[in-house]
Design a protein around this ligand. Structure first.
Ligand code: HEM
Length: 186
């Protein structure tokens, strides 16, 4: 299958748009939880906020898996004519980095929650297995790396992604942003 949709005016499919905006909404909730939940020390027992952080993170992982499956079975829209090749390449690189981080971060969080001996479940409805045994030596770093990458890599990359979308809309005045907006807004 060619990587791009053949009709230049085509946007993303309604399913791709819904999954994109669902991940955005879940990330808003996830950062609000991450920045207000209690600090986790060695003997912290997970409270409601921490459990919600674990559940929203797992939900993001689940939606991402569906999103990647959709992405690999459906064409993406053709880049607008006249877009420099470096821009197309760098935007794809950022998209892949974002996808990669949105898989890696929840997995690191899940490993760290397992390391801490937390029960990990999806909103208390579906219990998930630990990824490693509690206090497995050599895994203490997973929490710090999870927090650092979430705060200092995912957020700046998301900022770059949003800046690029606004640049297309306000400076180049092409349809790049519109292709991902709900049909009613375009
Ligand atoms: C994309 C999904 C996720 C994002 C963006 C995210 C974000 C964050 C952030 C920003 C922090 C640091 C909070 C602070 O600044 O103090 C954090 C901490 C933490 N998160 Fe997540 N998280 C995600 C998924 C998960 C998942 C799925 C789990 C477990 C199932 C999890 C478990 C944890 C734990 C245990 C900590 C404490 C780490 C430590 O301080 O040692 N997270 N998360």
């Amino acid at each position: 299958m060619p990587p791009f949709e053949t009709k230049p005016e085509a946007g993303y499919t309604p399913v791709a748009k819904a999954l994109h905006w669902l991940v955005v909404a879940l990330l808003f909730c996830q950062y609000a939880l991450a920045w207000t939940m209690p600090h986790m020390g060695r003997d912290t027992k997970p409270d409601r906020m921490i459990n919600l952080h674990l559940s929203f993170g797992l939900l993001i992982l689940l939606v991402l898996a569906i999103r990647l499956a959709w992405r690999w079975t459906h064409r993406e829209p053709t880049p607008p004519a006249g877009l420099p090749a470096w821009m197309v390449r760098s935007s794809r690189a950022i998209h892949y980095l974002l996808y990669g981080l949105l898989v890696l971060l929840p997995l690191l969080g899940w490993i760290n929650a397992s390391f801490r001996g937390f029960d990990v479940s999806l909103f208390g409805l579906l219990r998930l297995p630990p990824l490693i045994a509690a206090r497995t030596p050599g895994f203490a770093w997973t929490g710090d790396v999870h927090s650092l990458l979430s705060n200092y890599l995912l957020l700046p990359l998301a900022g770059l992604h949003i800046t690029a979308a606004l640049y297309h809309r306000l400076v180049r005045k092409d349809r790049v942003l519109e292709r991902m907006l709900p049909a009613a807004w375009t």
